[in-house]
Design a protein around this ligand. Structure first.
Ligand SMILES: NC(=O)C1=CN([C@@H]2O[C@H](COP(=O)(O)OP(=O)(O)OC[C@H]3O[C@@H](n4cnc5c(N)ncnc54)[C@H](OP(=O)(O)O)[C@@H]3O)[C@@H](O)[C@H]2O)[C@@H](O)CC1
Ligand SMILES: Nc1ncnc2c1ncn2[C@@H]1O[C@H](COP(=O)(O)OP(=O)(O)OP(=O)(O)O)[C@@H](O)[C@H]1O
Ligand SMILES: [Mg+2]
Length: 417
C-alpha cells in the first residue's frame, strides 16, 4: 500500500501518472501490513505501527468510483486532525484530504431564531450597530444595516462620516444614522486629539446598548478615521460587546491584530483576498488548498481563538476548536455587496445565538460557541437569499435583490409563528 506521498489531491496524482491503490479506511490505532512504513504525519504524534486516519486510493477501480469511495470514506471519518505546525512551507498531510463537516445550518436557524412573542418590546429582538460609511462608500454600510433589520433585528444604527450620513439616511428612514466619524481631510492637524476624543465620547453614549457591532463595511482606509475606530473597538471589547469585523475593518485589524487577539466575542469575515492578506500577516504563509481546515484553525488559534468565517464558494468557519462549513445554496452571481449582507446577517444571528445559549435550554447547540452558530446561520441565510434572487433575476441579480429575499428565505426555514 502506498500512501499518497505527493499530494492530498488524487487528481494531481492522476496527472502525474501515479497509480492508485485500494482505498482502505484504517481505523484509529489499527496496524496494517504496508509495503512501505506509514508516512509520519507531522502533527505531534507518531503513526509508525498504528495508523491514524489514513487513506489509500485504489488503482483497480476507475478514477471516479475511487473518488466517490474516497469522499464517502472521508465523510465517515468526520475526523479532526490535530493542529499542524505551520512553517513557511506548510507541511503536507500525507493522507487524502479530509472533508470539513457540513453544519446543519438550517437546524441552527430553527433553534436560535426567537419566536415573535407579543410580550417582548422594541429592541429585544436585537440592536445592531454598523461602524462604516465614508465619502467613498455609502452602499456597504446600508446593505449591512438594512439586512440586519430585514432578518429581524428591531433597531439598526450606522455610525459614519458626515458626508456619508445624508446619503445613507436618504436610502432608508428605517436606519438610525449618526454622522459622527471624520476623515483626515476635514480635521485640522492641531484639532485631531480633541476631535478623536469627542468622537469616542459620542459613540460611548450608545455602545453598550448594542447586542453586536459590525466594523468595516464602507469604512475606507483613512488613517485618522481608522485610529478613531481602533479606540471604539477597544472600548467595545471592554464592554464585552460582540464584534463582527469585515471589509476595511479587516484591513485595520490585519495591521493591528492585537485589536482582536484573544477576543472570544470577535468574528472576522474575510473574503478571498482579505483571508490571503490575514494569513500572510499572521502565519507568514500562502493559502493552502490541501489542508484548508487545519490552516484556518491554526490561523484562529494564532489570533487567540477568534472566530473566523472564511468566505468563498464554501464558507469555512472555525474558532480554533472546531471547523465546520456551509456550502448549501449560493449563486454564481458575484455582485459587490454580498459580503456586506453576510456580516449584517452574522451580527443578528450571533446576538440571537448568545441569548439562546444563555437561556440554558439543554441542547447540543448550547455547548457550541454562539459565534460559530451565528456564522453558520448568517451564512446559510445569505446563501439561500442569493439563490432565491438569482432564480428570479439571473445575471441582473443585485445585492438589493438578495436583501429582498432575506425575509422569505428565513420564513421558509423558520416560519414566524
Ligand atoms: N456599494 C458599496 O458601497 C460597496 C462597498 N464596498 C466596500 O468597498 C471596500 C473595499 O471592498 P472590496 O471588496 O472591493 O475590497 P477587497 O475585498 O480588498 O478586494 C480588493 C481586490 O481584491 C480582489 N478580489 C476581491 N475578491 C476576490 C476574490 N473572491 N477572488 C479573487 N480576487 C478577489 C479584486 O482585485 P482584482 O480582481 O482587481 O485583482 C478586488 O478589487 C470595503 O470597505 C467594502 O465594504 C464593498 O463591500 C462592495 C459594495
Ligand atoms: N464562488 C462562490 N460561489 C457561491 N457562493 C459564493 C462564492 N463566493 C462567495 N460566495 C458567497 O458570497 C458571500 C460573500 O462573499 P464575497 O467573496 O462576495 O464577500 P466580499 O468580497 O466581502 O463581498 P463585498 O462585495 O460585500 O465586499 C460568501 O459568504 C459566500 O457565502
Ligand atoms: Mg467585503
Amino acid at each position: 500500500m502506498r500512501i499518497l506521498t505527493q499530494s492530498n489531491d488524487p487528481e494531481l496524482q492522476l496527472r502525474r501518472g501515479l497509480p492508485f491503490e485500494e482505498v482502505v479506511q484504517i481505523e484509529k490505532g489499527d496496524c496494517c501490513n504496508v509495503e512501505e512504513p506509514p508516512v509520519k504525519i507531522n502533527s505531534g504524534f507518531d503513526v509508525a505501527g498504528g495508523i491514524e486516519n489514513c487513506m489509500w486510493l485504489s488503482s483497480s477501480n476507475s478514477y471516479s468510483s475511487v473518488l466517490r469511495r474516497q469522499h464517502f470514506l472521508i465523510r465517515s471519518l468526520g475526523a479532526s486532525f490535530p493542529l499542524q505546525t505551520c512553517h513557511n512551507q506548510m507541511e503536507r498531510i500525507h493522507c487524502a484530504s479530509v472533508s470539513i463537516p457540513e453544519a446543519d445550518a438550517e437546524g441552527v436557524i430553527r433553534k436560535i431564531t426567537p419566536v415573535l412573542d407579543p410580550s417582548r418590546h422594541k429592541g429585544q429582538a436585537g440592536r445592531i450597530a454598523v461602524i462604516g460609511g465614508c465619502r467613498e462608500y455609502t452602499g456597504a454600510p446600508y446593505f449591512t444595516a438594512i439586512s440586519a433589520l430585514k432578518i429581524g433585528a428591531d433597531l439598526s444604527h450606522v455610525f459614519c462620516t458626515k458626508d456619508a450620513a445624508t446619503v445613507i439616511k436618504s436610502y432608508s428612514p428605517e436606519l438610525i444614522v449618526h454622522p459622527i466619524l471624520e476623515e483626515s481631510y476635514s480635521v485640522r492637524e492641531d484639532e485631531r486629539e480633541t476631535v478623536s476624543s469627542y468622537i469616542l465620547a459620542e459613540i460611548k453614549k450608545w455602545l453598550e446598548r448594542f447586542d453586536c457591532i459590525v466594523v468595516g463595511p464602507g469604512l475606507g482606509r483613512d488613517p485618522f478615521l481608522l485610529n478613531c475606530v481602533s479606540d471604539i473597538m477597544r472600548h467595545a471589547r471592554q464592554l464585552s460587546i460582540p464584534i463582527v469585523v469585515d471589509a476595511d475593518g479587516l484591513y485595520l485589524v490585519t495591521n493591528n491584530i492585537d485589536l482582536v487577539r484573544g477576543n472570544s466575542l470577535a468574528v472576522l469575515t474575510p473574503n478571498v483576498m482579505e483571508y490571503k492578506r490575514l494569513l500572510e500577516k499572521v502565519l507568514n504563509c500562502d493559502v493552502s488548498n490541501d489542508n484548508q481546515s487545519e490552516q484556518l484553525r491554526l490561523l484562529s488559534q494564532k489570533i487567540g481563538g477568534v472566530t473566523i468565517l472564511r468566505k468563498g464558494k464554501e464558507d469555512l468557519i472555525s474558532d480554533a476548536k472546531t471547523v465546520t462549513k456551509v456550502s448549501t445554496f449560493g449563486s454564481p452571481r458575484r455582485c459587490g455587496g454580498q459580503g456586506d449582507i453576510l456580516c449584517g446577517s452574522v451580527a443578528v444571528f450571533t446576538s440571537w445565538a448568545r441569548r439562546y445559549v444563555m437561556s440554558g435550554i439543554p441542547s447540543s447547540e448550547t455547548s457550541l460557541n454562539p459565534l460559530i452558530l451565528g456564522c453558520v446561520a448568517g451564512s446559510v441565510l445569505l446563501r439561500k437569499a442569493a439563490s432565491g434572487a438569482f432564480l428570479s433575476k439571473k445575471r441582473a441579480t443585485l445585492t438589493t435583490d438578495i436583501i429582498e429575499f432575506l425575509g422569505q428565505s428565513l420564513e421558509e426555514i423558520c416560519p414566524a409563528k
